[in-house]
Ligand binder design. Structure first.
Ligand SMILES: Cc1cc2nc3c(=O)[nH]c(=O)nc-3n(C[C@H](O)[C@H](O)[C@H](O)COP(=O)(O)OP(=O)(O)OC[C@H]3O[C@@H](n4cnc5c(N)ncnc54)[C@H](O)[C@@H]3O)c2cc1C
Length: 402
């Protein structure tokens, strides 16, 4: 679906394999919740069919328009990483088409090294043709949610210690500018509603109105004054809902999917997202560095999301999620000083023992990639020699082929 923000899904001057026609559901066992499907099936399609039957996916990203193949190749995470880890942990089997050996079946007990190289393997170990996924039972299509306002990063850290034990989903939105520069945010919490099917229908908010941005204008509409007003209104609107409220699946998991082509609001130059994770002990240092350098460069993100990842790992050799705090910031892709500032952040991240998320990257230097991927040499043993990508050539500076 090309939903990655950077160049992992691009292959400049080469051939791009599309999974569009690999869109078949193959087998479902209602006793175990195991689903076999082709790799081009999207999360939207899985939910449309299985949510009304009482099944969801254990890991959901911020958009439903991603394919099973893309979700495996980036080992994507959701708001419940502290509970269920990343997508790859719920994949039971993968069928790979490789240029050297044809179709290869791999799982935790068969060709396991290839399986772990493929989870988070950025599409470089072969083309995933199908996969077996473990679905998760839910009672209805709703979530019981809570919003807690907080002030400054330390309060976020305090909040993220406790609620994860009681809430399946946690994530925070942060406004750096508010509170005379201390910043403030909203901590969102959610659990699947436990009310029975007879009391609550297995709806998921389908048929909700979707607005559409028709084209990218010459100018960026997501400008600083607009964002400041938006952030202030958004904050007030959320704290009014501090009491527990009930939201349907789409509103809770995929709010951006309601605005078709929302990225065009940034105009022709577009935007970029910087996402990294660092061990928790380094998170305050990184936060302070980000705050200081943004003030010096007079830059402000249009959106900041912070989340604490749990200490659960899929085993994917190049997987992004690790225990710690992840920061995701959106910026209009406008200025040279932005790129210089992000380079400083990249170095801080690897020095703190963290890493950048390839799915969101379009600019990290090879040095950063090599330093943050200790299993790279092992991964190279399983890379398909005839598969490459713009991302791979960029981050390996041409040294990634054997
Ligand atoms: C609004 C929005 C919110 C998002 N929220 C999150 C989030 O909360 N958490 C998160 O982790 N990510 C998030 N993402 C990123 C997104 O989930 C990932 O980039 C995902 O991998 C995109 O899937 P895709 O099908 O579009 O794959 P693409 O972007 O097309 O490809 C991604 C990678 O998968 C590989 N690939 C795709 N199909 C196959 C296949 N059949 N076989 C082998 N390799 C394959 C490609 O080569 C590429 O390396 C978000 C993206 C958007 C736009």
């Amino acid at each position: 679906m090309g939903r990655s923000y950077g160049d992992v899904c691009l292959n400049q001057d080469g051939i791009l394999i599309l999974s569009t026609y690999f869109d078949h559901f193959l087998e479902f066992d209602p006793a175990s919740g195991l689903l076999r499907c082709q790799s081009g099936v999207t999360i939207r399609e899985i939910l449309d069919i299985f949510l009304p039957r009482g099944w969801s996916l254990p890991v959901l990203p911020g958009t439903a328009y991603v394919t099973v193949g893309g979700a495996i190749a980036n080992d994507i995470h959701g708001k419940n990483h502290h509970r269920h880890g990343s997508f790859g942990m719920h994949v039971e089997e993968i069928v790979l088409a490789r240029s050297d050996s044809g179709l290869v079946r791999c799982s935790r007990s068969q060709n396991e090294a290839l399986f772990y190289a493929t989870i988070g393997g950025l599409g470089l170990t072969g083309f995933i043709t199908e996969a077996v996924l473990q679905l998760m039972p839910v009672r209805n299509g709703f979530l019981d949610t809570r919003c807690i306002p907080f002030s400054g990063f330390d309060e976020f850290l305090q909040l993220s210690q406790q609620p994860g034990e009681h809430f399946e989903y946690t994530v925070a939105w942060f406004d750096w500018h508010a509170n005379h520069g201390t910043g403030r945010g909203i901590f969102f919490l959610g659990n699947h509603s436990l009310q029975s099917e007879t009391e609550m229908p297995l709806l998921q908010g389908r048929g909700q109105r979707q607005i559409s941005i028709p084209f990218a204008g010459a100018v960026n509409l997501v400008r600083r004054p607009v964002m400041r007003v938006f952030n202030s209104v958004y904050f007030k609107k959320q704290i009014e809902k501090q009491v527990v409220s009930r939201m349907d699946f789409d509103a809770f998991f995929f709010p951006l999917d309601r605005i078709r082509n929302w990225n065009l609001l940034y105009g022709r130059r577009g935007f970029l997202q910087w996402q990294a994770v660092v061990p928790e002990q380094g998170a305050r240092y990184l936060f302070n560095l980000m705050k200081k350098t943004m003030a010096e460069a007079d830059l402000e993100p249009t959106l900041t999301v912070i989340k604490k990842f749990g200490d659960v790992q899929s085993g994917g050799l190049l997987s992004f999620p690790m225990a710690g705090i992840t920061f995701a910031l959106d910026f209009p892709a406008a200025s040279r000083k932005l790129f210089a500032m992000l380079d400083t952040w990249d170095h801080a991240v690897v020095d703190l023992g963290g890493r950048l998320y390839p799915a969101k990257d379009s600019r990290m230097q090879p040095e950063i990639f090599f330093k943050s991927q200790p299993a790279l040499d092992e991964f190279l043993r399983y890379k398909d020699r005839r598969i490459s990508s713009s991302f791979w050539r960029r981050v390996t500076a041409g040294n990634g082929e054997d």
